[in-house]
Design a binder for this molecule. Structure first.
Ligand code: AMP
Ligand code: ZN
Length: 113
C-alpha cells in the first residue's frame, strides 16, 4: 500500500522525529503552521477517523497522551496548545493515515479558518 505516513513510520522516508515507541511516532510537520507543529501518528495504518474501531481506543488514548507529554516537553503546557484531528475534504484532510496535530508557540485563532 502506498502511504506517506506508513513510509515515515517504517523509516523508509526520513522525518524529524520528536518521539517514538513501539506503537507511535511523532515528527515535526514539514510545513509548520506555528512555532511548534508536530504530527503524532499510530505506526499501524488507519486511513481516517472514520476507520477507527473499538479496539483502537487504547491507541487513540496513547496518541493524545503522547501529544500532551510532547507539549509539556516542548514548553507549551504553560501557555497552551491545540490538538487537531482533521477528517475529510472540508477539514482539508490530505494524508490518509490518522495523525494528531500538536500546534502551539503562538496565540491561535478561534474559530479556525
Ligand atoms: P492534514 O491536512 O490533517 O491531512 O495534514 C497533513 C499534514 O502533513 C500537513 O500539515 C502537511 O504539512 C504534513 N506533511 C505532509 N508531508 C509531510 C512529510 N513528508 N513530513 C512531515 N509532514 C508532512
Ligand atoms: Zn499509512
Amino acid at each position: 500500500m502506498d502511504c506517506l505516513f506508513c513510509d515515515i513510520a517504517s523509516g523508509r522516508l526520513a522525518s524529524k522525529k520528536a518521539y517514538e515507541d513501539d506503537d507511535i511516532l511523532a515528527f515535526h510537520d514539514i510545513n509548520p503552521q506555528a512555532p511548534v507543529h508536530v504530527l503524532v501518528i499510530p505506526k499501524k495504518h488507519v486511513a481516517s477517523l472514520l476507520d477507527l474501531a473499538p479496539e483502537d481506543d487504547a491507541l487513540v488514548g496513547a496518541l493524545v497522551r503522547t501529544a500532551r507529554d510532547l507539549a509539556h516537553r516542548l514548553g507549551l503546557s504553560e501557555r497552551g496548545f491545540r490538538l487537531v484531528l482533521n477528517c475529510g475534504a472540508d477539514a482539508g484532510y490530505s494524508v490518509f493515515h490518522v495523525h494528531l496535530h500538536l500546534i502551539g508557540g503562538r496565540a491561535l485563532g478561534w474559530p479556525p479558518g
